[in-house]
Design a binder for this molecule. Sequence first.
Ligand SMILES: [Zn+2]
Ligand SMILES: [Zn+2]
Ligand SMILES: [Zn+2]
Ligand SMILES: [Zn+2]
Ligand SMILES: [Zn+2]
Ligand SMILES: [Zn+2]
Length: 1971
Amino acid sequence: MDATGTSAPGSYPQDSLRSFLHAIHAEPAFRDVRGPTARIELDHNLKRYVFKALYFHCVARSEDLAHLFPEMTTHYPTFQDVRDTYDQEDTDFYRLYSSDMNARHSFKHPGRNCGRKFKVGEPLYRCHECGFDDTCVLCINCFNPRDHENHHIYTDICSDFTTGICDCGDEEAWKAPLHCKADESEAGSGSDSESAAAPIDDFEFDASRIESVLAQAFDYYIDMFNQNIESLPTFTKDITMKLRELVQEKNDAEIKQFLSDLKYRNPCLTRDLDNDNHVVMIYNDEYHNYSQATTALRQGIPDNVHTDILTSKIDSEGRAMLKCADNVDELMAGFFAVQTNGLCATLISWDEYIHQEACKYIIQWIAHSLSIPNANFQTVFRDTLGKVLCSSSNGDLQRGPRATDVVNKYFPNKLPESYTHRYLDQSILDGDNKIPVGYHKTLPESSLDAISNTINKTEPPKNKTYANTRLQCLLYFDNRFWKRLRKDIQNIIVPTLSSSLAYKPVFCEQVVEIFNHITRQVAYMDREPQLTALRECVVQLFTCPTNAKMIFGDNCGYFIDIVWSVIDIFVDFSKIENGSLVWQRVQKTNPTKSYGISLKQGLYTIETLISKVDDANKLLRPAEFISVVTLCKLFNSAWKIKRKEGEHVLHEDQYFIPYLEYTTSIYSIIQTIVNALVNEGCDEALLLNAIRLINTFLGYKSLTYKLVHDSHEVIKFTVSTDRVAYMNPIHTFFSFLIENVPLIKAYETIVYQDSSALPPVPLTSDNVDPMIVFKEQYENRVSQNFDFLKISDFALRSVVLCSQIDVGFWVRNGMSVLHQTSYYKNNPELNTYSRDIHLNQLAFLWEIDDTPRVIYNLLDRWELLDWFDGNADFKETVYQDKIFLIVQHFIAFVYQILTERQFFQTFESPHEKKMSQIKNAIMYSLYAKPLSYSKLLRLVPDYLTDNTSNFDAALNEISIFKEPRGLADNGVFKLQESLYSKIDPLRVSNLGNEFEGSAAIIKKHLNKNKKNDDNSVILQPQLVSVKHMDEGASQLGAFTRHPIFAKIIYKLLQVCLDNEDGTFLNELLHLIHGIFKDDEQANGKSSLPDAYLSKPISNLLLSIVNSKSEIFSESITSKADFLLKKMISKRTEEVFESLVAGFGQEYVDEYKNKKMSEGVNLEETERERKRRLAKKHQAKLMAKFNNQQSKFMKEHENEFKEKDKDDQLEEDGDVDMTAEEKTVEAEDFTCSLCQDEDDDAMFVVPAYHDHTPIFKSADITDPDQFLSKWNGFTNHDSGSVRLLEEWYTDLKDNGQDNTRKVFVSCNHHIHYGCFRRYIQKKRFSTTAFICPLCQTFSNCVVPVQKSISTTNELELLTYEGPMSVELNDYIKTDASLMNHIEPSLVQIIDDCQSFDKNFHKSIKNPRAGVAYILAGNWANTISMFEIASRLDANSNGVFLAGKEQKFKTLKNMLIFIITLVQAYGLPGNMDEYDSEYKSENRTEPAYLNKLFQFIVKDCLFHEESSVQNTIVAAIYAYAMEFFAEFLHRNPFGALLDMEWQHIEEYHAFPPQAPQAIASVLSHKMGFFSKYNDISEEHKIRVSNLAYTSFLRHLIPTLRRCLIMMKVMQLVVSDVDDEPFTLKDMNIESDLIPDEGLSLRETADKMVSLLTNYSSVEDIVTKDNLYFPYDQEYPKDIPHEFCGLIKLVDLSKYLNTYVTDTNAIDLVEENMHTRNSANRLDFKICLTCGVKIHVRSDRHEMSRHLAKHCFKSFGAFLIPNSSEVCLYLGHPPSFIYISAPYLNSHGEAGRNAMKRGDLTTLNLSRYEHLNRLWINNEIPGYISRVMGDEFRMSILSNGFLFTFNRDPRARRRVPPTNEDDSDENFGEMSGEDDDFYSDEDGEEENRFRNMNGQPGEVRDFFQIFETVRNAMDNGENMEGGVDLTTPFLQLFGPQFRGQGGDGDNEEDEQDNDANPFQDPENPDNDEPRTSW
Ligand SMILES: [Zn+2]
Ligand SMILES: [Zn+2]
Ligand SMILES: [Zn+2]
Ligand SMILES: [Zn+2]
Ligand SMILES: [Zn+2]
Ligand SMILES: [Zn+2]
């Protein structure tokens, strides 16, 4: 049909284009065959040729091209000029430069939908609130964050596998009108851009001209491919065979004729027998892998020697030329050879090849046109493209050559005259070049009354016609195109048409018309079925409601046609079994897997359409309903299994997988239909008719019966011997439908088989089952055949089967049956198990006139009837010893029949029903333990969570949220305590858990606030009251009161007592409890079923109560007691009579007395009892009233305590940010390895010695720096990062300087001897190992000594002399001990190269100097400690308190220094060493804390100075330099007013400088001329600022001095917890008084404590400071930043990075990254703030650190996954932790962002991360998380992991409070140490506390050890040896991609030759790159 209304022009105004294209082969440049290199050039030229010609024809005048391409420089007067330049690259005017495109921002799409296809790396945005469903997406150009404030936005990053187009502008996709960002950016930028945009926009392109170009191009294209049948899978083989035949006959003339007849022809290309230029083309397929393809290609002897290029071209393009020749004979051999391995090849003429390539470029040209950023052009072009595609070629095609001619001539048997579908079966157009007739089906009226067991009668529709448009031809030819061309075509058609308002419906209708054709082609005639255009069409078209409405339209029959197209394919793989047609696994070989693809595609299509239906009644129309059910019923009982006996199955077949797959889809189709019916409501008559229709299918099976007890006919079937099916989707569907109508009506419909003539519903009085009344009244009209067991028995079989498999009765069938049934039974989405129960409940309700028959059938199906009848002993049934377990299942099932009432329950509204279901699901998921939000969502079925606000509301109502507290945990939800009483462990909702365990948990909670024994709690069966149920279900429990059923109960109780086995007794008693309760509901509170009295059940209960305690558990006896009491209270006399008869009076009296003593009077009358209860109730009320207040308090107190306890448990193993560091006991000198306290041996602690990133230089004159106060950890919420050049240059250049090292230690003591053995055993080195106790990464050891108490009173501040010598008195090392340990010291120093490589190499007296090096590091470590403490609130008040671990490390370092001085003397003059650092042309020394360095070194080593004098000297010297420099550098002009204003605005006013200092400053100003002209007031401002700046820069050093003093005191005092005092003041607590101190007071106080001066000014204003010794002042002191040092600021909301990246100011690391502004695959370096994009080699992080940032370690935020990657340079290692953001559900990490929740920065988490970073603890954290993997990383220097393509999954810190996370975390091995072998007895003994396991991985490490030693002589890794590259080749494939799993590698290693046997052999030059 011609949907556009306008007919294409009869003749084209420019026919020239058509003839130009027709003649393209004749162009000299393309005419002749040529070799591979020349062909590449031809390619380029041909493209140019085609592009230029097409663009040229699109415009009237060639100069108009400039409107499309403003950068165009060449002008072409005529078309000939354009043609002539095809070989000149510089004439490609059409090339677009991205800069140009970006600059003009013309992504606008006015008046149309965006339809942009996503590019790799770009985000696609979905909005939960705005989008209609998940398929609605926006591109980055269109997505406007302002449209979606507070919405749930979730993103995907587009990869090669994601497809889709932007839906911006499509009103059907969005619930609210959106404001495209592309439009806004133009409007927002105001007038400037208007002028720039204007000249581009106003040119009007000529639509008719473009239409003519497109029409001619497409007609040429379609005609060309219509003739091209060689590549069709239906012909390729036949043509080859024909040729082979002819070649064998040597019939040259015939060959020529044949090839010529096959050849493409057009008016300019007639078939010319003499032109013998031919080519062999090879096509891609899906069943050859790379190496097979390569081998096959070689056999064809390609003319390109680089077979791999050919192979990859075939892979990417979909085809390639094998060779070409001017003589076809040369090609024949290769043509045949290449096909022997099954490759697809065609032999075509060279001319045809050129035309095919030209066609390819036409399509590429259209794609190119669609990307031109000119909105006007786009509008015209897209519209015209739609018009041309959606109209027919107007007869041109029909007049052209046809493929049928050549087929008829050579393959006449392929087109048998008689067969209607002969053309479609060959995938060609018919004799008129039109779309051939498809296999359409409709259902005639006569087929609409019932559903056949096979297939209802269908007939072909009359007068089926097709539009025959260009579009339909292109879709019909889809299987002829090669891969790339196919994708290109789809990419121009689908996005353009489906985003066009005008053409989308036309497009859809045309696809639907030939849906049958395409589906068949995909299934039977496609080389690459997964590339089918149908897929994208379905996604883009069928999800659109308007299109769906059209498809479901009243008279078109499209939906039915689609369903039958799918059914037809399934039927091809079906067979009739027991009278029913069922699907069968595909057994034909199907290398392309096309059947599977087509079948899945078909099911997806139907589900999609159903989900979009606008009116649910349409699905219930008989034709539609029967069609869908026909498809579904192919899977009803399609998969059957049979129990195996005898031998255990050896090979488990996997045939069930396709059944499971397809049946799951079928279930999901059914669920979708039911959702539509329930959510939208439907007509009851239609629904009843649907029930009737299904009944015609299910209710009329012919089944065999057998007679039981002479009068009851039960169905003859044995689950354990017959072939049995468990998946019956139609049964499930039936249950769904019945649930949604009143039961009576459903019943009537079924028994009458006539929904239209229903008798009136009988009126019933109370307590009379309407079902019975109904039966009585209408007995004569009931269909005699009706037997509901015929339906319900199938459901029963599934249940029995699942149970039998569960208990291990099918063990010989192997594991697969277990997986199958547990998938079936436990899959909440399928919801099948409860449907099976429902059908069995209906059987009891609807066959109520013969309950015994249903009970017997039940017993028989469970294979328990023989036992029940006494024909088999309990232990001698088929189940043998499994009988107890099977009965357990049986009881649970009966209980569920009695209690599962949700399908009968009546609700006010569907919403209420849904909410009840949601709450139920949440309750049963949460009761066992608290869960995080995501985890809970996973446990609750999808159909309950699709509306999150309902879910959240329900969750909120029934649970309590607990906030996360660790760095890696999530917030969790906890079930409210009051709801535990509502949980019934025997219900289906608790199916996954075992009864007793669940019961214990529930009882524990119920008993929480009482002090009773948990077992005294009696769990109540949960029964929905009859009041809230469909009245047709009121007698649901009747069967349990039947004497036969009571007999079952009796016999089961007896079995338990006889066997003294309580396996199922818990469940059985609970069932009895349920039966009693149900009876009370049905027959009144005092009722007890008679059947339970006539059997002496009470006697059995008493026996249980009085049984010996070891026989039954207490929960059993107390429940039995409870039941017995219940029976007694109701029917006292009868029960006691029975008891006395059974046990004698005495025994019963004893029982009575016992109860009396418990306060229970068993014989009181009902009246007495009531009175007693009333009294009790009253008393209770009073008590409650009185105690309410206090009880409330108490309860909450309990809750509080309990909470704390829980939290502690949960956070086991996590870093608890809130808790203070754990206090370590005073000096625990116990070896971590041998646990000895051997005093004589030297102890060491592991330490990590590395550079620190925290030193930052300052601008002392910048008020923003020195006026910002410390105020705890802060973050600037904009997240914008301003790069401070100097800092990062310094970080990069000086970050690796040896003077910038610090120490971190876990302080775990180890004997040095033990340590050496440990290193050796584990093959570590002394410079890279992990602490054996805590796994912290360490690279050196620090020897430690005990302090001892002496009587010496040392005045630390005033003692004159080197502290390092003086303090020696306080540690234990005496001279003899020193001799003992000195060799170890040497070893330690040498191992780590004196802690400074350069020094180690260059200095003459290294050992004495080491103390000096260490003093520098000690000063740095103190500084680090001081900087970290700035994050504390009230930092100056608390920085010395607590933090024992850090002080311990400092103390150990100091003792090390002291020990070194004792051993080797004072370091002496180190000027030489220091000057080395000055000589490197630095403007500033690497250490910025020079002032403190000076103090430390002077205090420790200076022969005469005292600590206080040194500090005074330092302050004085610094002040002099500082003031001079401040005045010199101060930019006064600006400071005067502007700057002052800024200060007033943002900061507290700087304090007044004291007079004395002001005059010093004033005096100094006199030296600078620039102060001459400024006013006094300004001078005062300057001096105030200078003073303030000085204090702020001085205070860090003063704080460091205090820390130093405390550490010295720690050495002096032998008790750790002695408070730190100076001048009799407790500094830790009293330094800053409660009322606080000003800046000046703080500084003065510190000075007064540290020196003998009382204030800073006292020191500074001393004219001539007197030093009692020859002191050199420190000089050229650098300025260190005095503010907060931290990682970069982060945006307040993580979502902002994802949805509005460009709103946050970030710097790109690499300005040249392609498309960077649009990409979402970036990380942010938290050290420097730059944005880095994913590199294809995934080394973006390591490269960034190495080249642009602080090298040692780093942290990166990955916004898209809400994670932070912690990265360590040596050994290369990394882990992922949750980003410091939490969503509203308290979740962090990947779960936090998944659903688009607003995710907010959690300051304390980020602060914690900052502290890790500042304290150099990131490496240790990484190693502890990685555990064993880190050990591997050390030993392999990390290169193992570079193989690992996606290590992320394994190296993620798991949430600590979720035990079974499914995200496959790496094993977190804590203490487990699997490394020690038991080969060495002594060693084993020594390390006896280790969990020893044979060292399986040892050999593996031996290899690394060997290599490592070979490479670097066992020295430090810093030697610069790049271990990665040369190693790659040495390892076999077993190392690829599995790094972490040592055991596997070990196993394979043993089988393989040692890859290091010949490391000298570098000859192996063929790199193994195939991976
Ligand atoms: Zn868009
Ligand atoms: Zn848009
Ligand atoms: Zn939104
Ligand atoms: Zn030891
Ligand atoms: Zn440790
Ligand atoms: Zn960085």
